[in-house]
Write a protein that binds this ligand. Sequence first.
Ligand code: ADP
Length: 263
Amino acid sequence: MKVNKMIVAGIDAGSTTVKVTLYDGMHMESWLGLAGWNPRAEATTLLQQAVVKWGTDRADLTYIIGTGYGRVNLPFVSKSMTEITCHAKGGFYLYPGVGTVIDIGGQDAKAIRVDKNGKVSDFIMNDKCAAGTGRFIQVMANALGLDVAGIAQLDLLPGEEACTINSMCTVFAESEVIGLLNQGYSRQAIMAGIYQSIASRIIAMAATICPTSPVVFTGGVSQNVWLCTALEHKLNMPVIVPEQAVFAGAIGAALYAWEEVIK
Ligand code: ADP
């Protein structure tokens, strides 16, 4: 049970997961749930579970900011904000001095250049095509007979030759992967090629905003160390994954909610 009475919430309703952050100016705690087929209901349930775990009641939340893909569908928020604004704020909180936030979620990827106050100075986003997103990785993992946790456990040996994946389109890339398997290539070599292909795509997108170091990697896909390493090599800059990287958007929303109540 926390003692401070003023509590705010940030809710990031993503394409794949819902994240809730509660904050009282001192303590911050975050929770994650699957978005499922009804993200609005999942967000409502997760928020309810969060307030119970915090030791409070939903009626006691002073301000709630919604962000993410599904933010327009959250009826109980005081205000909604774009995920670009919230991810910049959250990335800056998690790693003060960040130059660029790269966020890769379930269905989009974004690169955000952040100024010295944690505000967006430029950004680029791909939400039109699954290539270079978590969905792309999921489809490729399935083609290899694995899930996302399984590909993370594949040991990509440094000397192993990475296959070249030419297709950017998810459907064609999946066929290419099946073709490579049939030619006898190992899952490690194919997966290494997939990471190279995603990293190249993300770097090409990020290049348009002239990314500055240090780079903070957020979103669900940031949990993949192989992709993080591939990004680091291609960018030639350190890529940091803070512990709460998956919550960056919700944390940013909660911090903006706090600014609203202490105005
Ligand atoms: P959104 O905000 O769009 O709901 P998230 O930021 O929660 O998305 O990221 C979800 C995506 O992250 C999913 O596509 C999931 O498969 C992917 N993901 C989670 N962990 C890993 C991992 N270790 N390797 C690769 N992808 C991952």
